[in-house]
Design a protein around this ligand. Structure first.
Ligand SMILES: Cc1ncc(COP(=O)(O)O)c(C=O)c1O
Length: 371
């Protein structure tokens, strides 16, 4: 039996909703896009939501809408999924990295100010593994220095910090709906903002630069096709309507892992900070200091040999070969990121993972660790 790293949770309701669109006349640019956007904005508590075909497209459009381009710098974390940094580069700007907090694994707000220059236009914090801890401090620094905040919330739909939902903290925020996320549209993303002007620019940019009220073949700016189809949106509408149930299921799976791994002092097990409500994107444990990266990789290998899918979320972004080549980063530049990266093991995690399967994963991990 194989235990997957992630799995979507699709019910009859999603299947019916998608089939209804397939049987209709509008597969794209139709009413399901508007319905999904409105439901999403309402859930987050934001004025506007703009559906796009991926989280990556969403982050890139935020850069363009905010006028970020060549000569500009955006401060972000090197401990994230690659798109947080590459979308800054796609816009022609430079990602400036700041090391992370060793506990919550998010950008360390106390280290940001020393990296702000005249070229800095925005800070792009990420709620890593759905943990929004410390984001309020990042926003305070941005406000003090008059910088935009592009919140990369791709991993954190449903999380909140001090009662404030993720997606409402930044100038603009972006969510992702790849199938390992809390909700999925197959592929997809959502830009969220309270600023009508920025939302309108994104609506135009995602649809070939068309203006709101222009003739269909008129284009007022250089745009893209980053549209999300009605088929995807129909799936997203039902998934979003199930978000509370989904969050509860994920919290239960996290609790089983916490209980079954609590007594193992070779592992650091993630916990929900007191000021956070976490929607649990993944369950990533860390090996304690006695382990080398080679030993961690060997553990991943052995887990896979036992048919348990695991991963090494994340490899340091600044050490990806193209980053080293373009910006000259080297090992040692962001030591906390590098040390955390060498110790992580992402365990199987999804809504319908059973208690028995969690037990198999935990027993296998303990066996592989040599206990
Ligand atoms: C933190 C973060 N940013 C951006 C993305 C990109 O989202 P997508 O895969 O939808 O382009 C992801 C997706 O995995 C992510 O985890």
């Amino acid at each position: 039996m194989q235990i997957n790293l992630s799995r979507p949770d699709i019910t009859e309701k999603e299947v019916e909703a998608v089939c209804a669109v397939l049987c209709g006349t509008r597969l794209s640019l139709g009413p399901k896009v508007v319905e999904f956007e409105q439901a999403f904005a309402k859930y987050i508590g934001a004025k506007r939501a703009v559906a796009v075909n991926s989280g990556t497209s969403g982050l890139f459009l935020c850069m363009l809408a905010l006028g970020i381009g060549p000569g500009d710098e955006v401060i972000t974390t090197p401990f994230t999924f690659i798109a947080s940094a590459t979308t800054i580069m796609m816009a022609g700007a430079k990602p400036v990295f700041v090391d992370i907090d060793p506990v919550n694994l998010n950008i360390d707000a106390t280290k940001i100010e020393s990296r702000i220059t005249e070229k800095t236009k925005a800070i792009l914090p990420v709620e890593v593994f759905s943990n929004p801890s410390g984001l309020d401090k990042v926003c305070e620094i941005a406000a003090k220095h008059n910088l935009f905040v592009i919140e990369d919330s791709c991993e954190a739909l449903g999380s909140a910090l001090n009662g404030k939902k993720v997606g409402t903290l930044g100038t603009m925020s972006v969510f992702g709906f790849y199938p390992n996320k809390q909700i999925t549209t197959g592929e997809g993303g959502m830009i969220v903002t309270n600023d009508d002007r920025l939302a309108d620019i994104c609506v135009s940019l995602r649809n070939q630069g068309r203006a709101k009220r222009c003739d269909y073949m008129e284009h007022e700016r250089l745009g893209y096709n980053f549209r999300l189809s009605d088929i995807n949106c129909a799936l997203g509408i039902v998934q979003l309507s199930r978000i509370d149930e989904i969050k509860a299921k994920r919290r239960q799976v996290a609790k089983w892992y916490q209980e079954m791994l609590a007594d193992d002092d070779r592992l650091l097990v993630p916990a929900e900070p007191n000021d956070c409500d976490m929607s649990w994107f993944v369950f990533v444990v860390r090996l304690t200091d006695g382990f080398t990266i080679e030993q961690r990789d060997q553990i991943l290998h052995q887990m896979r040999n036992h048919n348990i899918e695991v991963s090494n979320y994340f490899q340091p972004v600044h050490l990806m070969p193209f980053m080293v080549e373009q910006f000259g980063y080297k090992p040692g530049d962001f030591p906390i990121t590098e040390s955390v990266s060498s110790s992580t093991i992402a365990l199987p995690f999804y809504n319908n993972l059973t208690k028995d399967e969690v037990a198999i994963v935990c027993q296998t991990l303990k066996k592989v660790l040599g206990g």
